[in-house]
Design a protein around this ligand. Structure first.
Ligand code: WT7
Length: 646
């Protein structure tokens, strides 16, 4: 890959950074050889009620499977993110909120954050929420979303945040799965000048499942119907509550949150993260990967509905007493300069976004970027999907004036925080590579049979040992947790990603190798989209695959076989797309539907997705061996009719 250029660490950065190249090598060695000592020392960055004496207790083997970190430690996440900063930073800004309209913004100091979170904690308590109860949060990207998460953490309730783009059915499914008893929402959210009917969606979800109480924030002026006896008005309740709520002492392994994510089979999984290890990982990685320094403004553009928003808009930055920026709007409203205008307005120092946003903005050229100064920016980051070198270079040259380092951070909902990434003061950059594993992350590339591949190679990415931020289980289903992640390659965590390692030991993530597709940095299970399609009474069968998409990275391509007496039509195509939007949410809507009189199957009836993927990618010459198909003529028909798909 000699055409890939190297961007060396700027010398002044190496001198000032939290970790330089020698520090990185030393930390990797220490974390590998003496993990207990290394992580016990790292744990001092948190404020513990009881400092842990047991550090790491892990086995990835079936017989004695367990993942425990800091087990006898006691702490509270909200106290770590708020109370401990009060003596020195009470009047410093914890959260900057930038609304959908450029005229709307708000600054929340650590002192105010303490008052608001404590009052809300008391509202939850007096409404009957107890330690260990599950609380569903369905909110726009506003400071109140962080208050809700931190209030749960303060009283020991387990939050389950649902992204505002998910449908009522998805909300109902998630409430049911974790038997949540309490919902926190807002009447509406605002995105790109449009309103998102959050409370109406919750009301619809609650026609299917029931909860005890719904706390409703009036975020916009639109009136919202309140259900007598069930719905509570946020402002009234908070105003009446006491601003004093001592943080609940929590065991390090007590659950902190559940976050649902799609897999290759079945319903979305409730990924469970616990208290001590998760917070340590979010805080450690936020400081080292972004080389965060006191007083800086940090902007992660992800919504709190995704893990990126959990770890790098809320928990990581607040644990480090940072100023975190919450943006409710979208990158192209009111203009395509919005991101850069916000950077100038709030003097953002570190900016972290997804490749899909960069690719979309790149389409509008350099001028909308160059109209801003961006003088405050010091570091750029990306997350969520592989970044193509062209987009990386544009981000570096145009947004970063050819000067700012870019940290391409690889991780997953399951990993709690970043695992593979450059450290700005330690790692030379190569556009398109997430570079090297962080201290404590032991990677292996294996072939389909689990054979470990050494040196320059390509295969499936596994992790051989635990790290503090690792997920602990699939909520309510330990067996599924083990089955999904630890049974493919014995004794190893399998990421589901393909990966290449180059001659410098740099890692290049090539994308998912399972039936999961990555749409605009969001994970979508093909099986979920298929189930939504076949719910339609005209559909006999459906198969969904990903295909390369200029902006989204991957798009959703659906092959649909209709019942014998049904004719394809534009109306039906629209109805199917609407069906998926309703069942899952707008993010799952297929980009292309191809009518398929039949699907390519093996003689045992298994759909051959490899072939469907190639047809969707228009790689007709590369269909490979079709001789094992029950009826090879099915493929000819799909190829012939591909052009008509839309
Ligand atoms: C999948 C995880 C982690 C927060 C956002 C997504 C892909 C993530 C990168 C990257 C290449 C990446 C992987 C991974 N991915 N970051 N820097 N380079 N691929 O979280 O929804 O749990 O998805 O996103 O395929 O497995 P997620």
């Amino acid at each position: 890959m000699s055409e890939i250029e190297i961007y060396p660490v700027p010398k002044d950065l190496a001198a000032k950074a939290h970790m330089d190249a020698a520090g990185y090598e030393a930390a990797r060695k220490a974390a590998r050889e003496t993990p207990d000592a290394y992580w016990s020392n790292a744990a001092k960055r948190l404020d513990w009620m009881t400092f842990p004496t047991k550090i790491k207790d892990v086995s990835f083997n079936k017989a004695d499977f367990r993942i425990k970190w800091f087990e006898d430690g006691v702490l509270n996440v909200s106290a770590n993110c708020i109370d401990r900063h009060l003596p020195a930073r009470k009047d410093e800004v914890a959260i900057i909120w930038e609304g959908d309209e450029p005229t709307d913004s708000e600054h929340v100091t650590y002192g105010q954050l303490h008052d608001r979170v404590s009052r809300l904690s008391n509202v939850l308590k007096s409404s009957g929420v107890k330690k260990g109860d599950r609380v569903t949060i369905y909110m726009p990207m506003i400071p109140e979303a962080a208050y809700a998460m931190l209030a749960c953490a303060r009283i020991g309730a387990v939050h389950s945040v649902i992204f505002g783009g998910f449908s009522p059915d998805s909300i109902a499914g998630r409430i049911e799965d974790c038997q949540s008893t309490f919902v926190i929402t807002a009447n509406e959210g605002c995105r790109g000048g449009k309103r998102v009917p959050l409370k109406a969606n919750v009301d619809k979800a609650l026609e299917k499942v029931s909860v005890e109480k719904v706390l409703v924030l009036r975020h916009t002026d639109t009136a919202t119907p309140m259900a007598e006896g069930r719905d509570i008005d946020w402002q009234t309740a908070v105003d009446a509550a006491s601003p004093d709520c001592p943080p609940e002492p929590m065991g390090a392994e007590d659950p902190l949150f559940i976050l649902y994510t799609s897999g290759s089979t079945g319903k979305p999984k409730g990924v469970l993260h616990t208290t001590g290890g998760y917070l340590l990982w979010a805080s450690w990685t936020h400081e080292h990967v972004f080389d965060y320094r006191a007083g800086e403004v940090f902007w992660c553009t992800a919504d709190v509905g995704w893990v990126t928003g959990h770890s790098y808009a809320v928990y990581g930055p607040l644990a480090n007493a940072a100023t975190t920026l919450f943006f409710e709007g979208i990158p192209n409203y009111p203009t395509v300069s919005r991101f850069w205008d916000v950077v100038d307005k709030h003097k953002v120092n570190i900016f972290y976004t997804a490749p899909t946003a960069i690719r979309a903005l790149m389409k509008d050229g350099d001028d909308p970027v160059k109209s801003s100064s961006r003088a405050s920016l010091r570091l750029l980051g990306t997350v969520g999907e592989p970044i193509n070198p062209e987009a990386w270079r544009w981000y570096h040259e145009v947004v970063g004036n050819g000067k700012l380092p870019i940290v391409d951070t690889w991780w997953q909902t399951e990993t709690g925080g970043i695992l593979i990434s450059p450290l700005p003061g330690a790692t030379d950059l190569k556009p398109g590579s997430a570079t090297k594993p962080l201290p404590g992350i032991e990677l292996e590339i294996v072939d389909a049979d689990g054979q470990v591949l050494e040196g320059v190679t390509e295969g499936n990415l596994c992790i051989t040992d635990s790290w503090p931020g690792q997920m602990r289980t699939v909520y309510g289903d330990d067996a599924r947790f083990f089955e999904t992640y630890f049974s493919t390659y014995k004794g190893k965590y399998f990421t589901g990603d393909g990966c290449r390692r180059d001659e410098d030991g740099y890692y290049w993530i090539t994308g998912r190798v399972d039936d999961v597709i990555n749409v605009s940095g969001h994970r979508m299970g093909t099986a979920e989209v298929e189930s939504a399609l076949v719910l339609h009474h005209d559909v006999a069968e459906a198969a969904v695959v990903g295909f390369p998409h200029d902006i989204k990275g991957q798009g959703i391509y659906a092959y649909v076989t209709l019942n014998a007496d049904v004719m394809p039509s534009e109306e039906l195509r629209r109805a199917l797309i609407a069906q998926v939007r309703n069942e899952i949410g707008p993010i799952a809507a297929p980009d292309v539907i191809q009518w398929a009189p039949a699907l390519p199957k093996t003689r045992s009836g298994k759909i051959m997705r490899r072939i469907l993927r190639k047809i969707a990618e228009n790689e007709i010459g590369a269909l490979g061996d079709t001789s094992t198909l029950a009826d090879p003529s099915v493929v000819d028909d799909l190829v012939k009719n591909r052009a008509a798909a839309k």
